[in-house]
Design a protein around this ligand. Structure first.
Ligand code: ADP
Length: 169
């Protein structure tokens, strides 16, 4: 890392709601961390629309997961605006997305097209989900946790603790 010229650093932005972060996201982050000098996990949020967890909690969940997985070249941030604007401000032109199922592709296709319309110099890098992670989504985790299913193998440890507290397991 120290040998990298900061001006020419290849920074990948991984945007999402991460509400909460799951092991599916972690797998994408780990693999992206091998492809780029630095990864910024970017919590996209909307002032007018509340998530399941507030941004501070989601941020803490991601920070703890980065620590737990020793991801030295990964940081976390949050932004209420276009990922493209954030990327520009942080000298990045790479956006990372994960693909699980065909329905993800539908959404990602129009996401990529609208980003290309705004700024064609941005490159969106898609990583395929690992087979065993294709059923993991933030909302499925919440459903399982609410129904007292053990999700400890599907989420980072700190997220599991928060879920246990939230759903009184
Ligand atoms: P968004 O609301 O932007 O879809 P998410 O937090 O749900 O935010 O997801 C962020 C990114 O991670 C998306 O590209 C999504 O497809 C991807 N992703 C989510 N879950 C998984 C998973 N289990 N495996 C691989 N990629 C995933």
């Amino acid at each position: 890392m120290n040998k990298v010229d900061t001006k020419n650093k290849r920074i990948g932005i991984y945007p999402g709601s991460f509400d909460p972060i799951t092991n599916g996201h972690i797998d994408i982050i780990k693999r992206a961390a091998l492809l780029f000098d630095e990864i910024i996990v970017l919590i996209g949020f909307n002032m007018e629309k509340e998530g399941r967890f507030d941004v501070k909690t989601r941020y803490k969940m991601i920070k703890e997961a980065i620590k737990e997985n020793n991801l030295d070249n990964v940081t976390c941030d949050y932004y209420d605006g276009l990922t493209l604007d954030y990327a520009k401000k942080h000298n990045s032109r790479f956006i990372i997305r994960g693909l699980r199922v065909v329905s993800d592709f539908d959404y990602e296709w129009s996401y990529a097209a609208s980003n290309e319309f705004i700024d064609p110099s941005i490159e969106i890098v898609f990583l395929m989900a690992k087979k065993e992670n294709t059923f993991i989504s933030s909302s499925s985790i919440i459903e399982l946790a609410k129904n007292k299913v053990d999700v400890s193998k599907l989420v980072p440890s700190y997220v599991n603790e928060v879920l246990k507290k939230a759903f009184n397991k």
